[in-house]
Design a protein around this ligand. Structure first.
Ligand SMILES: [Ca+2]
Ligand SMILES: [Ca+2]
Ligand SMILES: [Ca+2]
Length: 397
């Protein structure tokens, strides 16, 4: 009862319509106080019972970067930077895809084709991809990303353009370092990815949104936006190629389907986890906090997915520049100086919205496994509350 009441009230406080699904996400026996008129909880299917905690194992890799959960089929996919791990909902390992020498970041399941898409960076080679995993084919530990036919990659030219931009015009691109005026918008590559409707749309084709990494740099003003590229992946088969990491291909769309800017203040490596939440119609952005003075440096932002992008100035650029601006949700913490809204929450290691007001949120850490240093990852189940500073509460058994 308590959980139900708080959830409903908080959603109203946050100015977000409460979908009827909320009722099915509430604890058994919850009353309908505060529910929208006409909602009929008895008529709705109950959501699947889901574990409140799933352990994704410990691996000889860098930390967990992203998770995406197929609740219908009872599968979890984990990005461990150099490895993709497939488990069931009990954390039993079904298979792994290994041998990645770049940086596999955030991932998301495309419900349309049943495949998992993730950001994959090779900064020294100036190559940036969306990796596409045929996850149905992952059936054993130790599959190879290059040779076992389970992964293809699509190259994103736009990211290279911004990553390699010689912003001070000295004829030299300074490479993979934050300590430079180079990199347009401070672009360090890509990390957060999510499928969802176009910004401002409720339906229509699901688009793949890809967020830039952005270097932390407190001495420049042109890096205060999150940058998101939109792609329609329905025609991507023509670009998909297996990846030879020794000879990275450049097969990919010449154009993106949209480029968007969200003013948050500079963060440390941009959007770590991007996730569309059908329940609130928020696009959530989990970040490593920024360090610039004069900004609230929140750890978590929500873009208002009900608002169409508006044409406006991309603040802080050396030459005045316009772009398509996103609007932060008018909810959460409020910084009166900047007008920025945001939240304090983790989720930068992995965040998946299940669509019914429930979420899996990742945590990870280094562990010692018999003398071998590994990184373990796990997820906990949360539900939306809309409260501040953190708009989620952990679901207990
Ligand atoms: Ca330069
Ligand atoms: Ca994601
Ligand atoms: Ca990351």
């Amino acid at each position: 009862m308590r959980g139900k009441f708080r959830t409903a009230r908080a959603a109203v406080v946050a100015g977000i319509a409460v979908p009827a699904l909320l009722l099915t996400a509430a604890p058994a026996g919850a009353a309908t106080a505060g529910a929208p008129a006409g909602a009929a909880p008895a008529a709705k299917p109950r959501p699947p019972q889901l574990p409140t905690h799933i352990h994704g194992g410990a691996w000889p890799t860098s930390h967990v970067q992203g998770v995406t959960v197929d609740t219908e089929r009872g599968l979890v996919y984990w990005s461990f930077t150099q490895m993709l791990v497939k488990t069931d909902l009990d954390g039993n390992v079904i298979g792994t895809v290994e041998g990645l020498t770049g940086h596999l970041g955030d991932i998301d399941l495309n419900h349309r084709d049943g495949r998992v898409y993730g950001s994959l960076e090779y900064k020294a080679e100036e190559a940036f991809y969306i990796a596409v995993f045929d996850v149905d084919e992952i059936d054993r530990v130790g599959m190879n990303a290059e040779t076992d036919g389970v992964m293809t990659a699509v190259h994103l030219d736009e990211v290279v353009e911004d990553f390699t931009a010689d912003m001070n015009g000295d004829g030299v691109f300074d490479g993979d370092t934050a300590d430079t005026p180079d990199h347009r918008y401070g672009c360090s590559g890509i990390d957060g990815v999510s499928f969802g409707p176009g910004f401002g749309r409720r339906g229509g084709p699901q688009k793949l949104m890809v967020a830039y990494g952005v270097y932390s740099h407190t001495g420049r003003a042109d890096n205060d936006h999150q940058v998101i590229l939109e792609y329609d992946v329905r025609n991507w088969r023509r670009y998909e190629r297996p990846l030879s990491q020794a000879d990275p291909h450049r097969s990919g769309p010449k154009r993106h389907g949209g480029k968007y800017f969200a003013y948050t203040g500079n963060t440390t490596y941009g959007v770590q986890n991007l996730q569309y939440d059908p329940y609130t119609r928020n696009w959530i952005m989990a970040v490593y906090k920024g360090k610039k003075e004069g900004f609230p440096n929140y750890s978590f932002f929500t873009v208002d997915g009900t608002k169409k992008p508006v044409r406006g100035e991309i603040r802080g650029q050396a030459e005045p520049e316009e772009g398509r601006l996103l609007t932060l949700r008018d909810a959460g913490l409020n910084d009166p100086e900047t007008g920025l809204r945001g939240w304090e929450f983790h989720g930068n290691y992995g965040f998946d919205a299940l669509g019914d007001g429930r979420y899996y949120v990742a945590e990870g850490r280094a562990v010692d496994d018999g003398g071998t240093r590994k990184q373990e990852g796990e997820v906990y189940l949360y539900r939306w509350t809309g409260e501040t500073p953190a708009p989620f509460a952990r679901v207990d058994d």
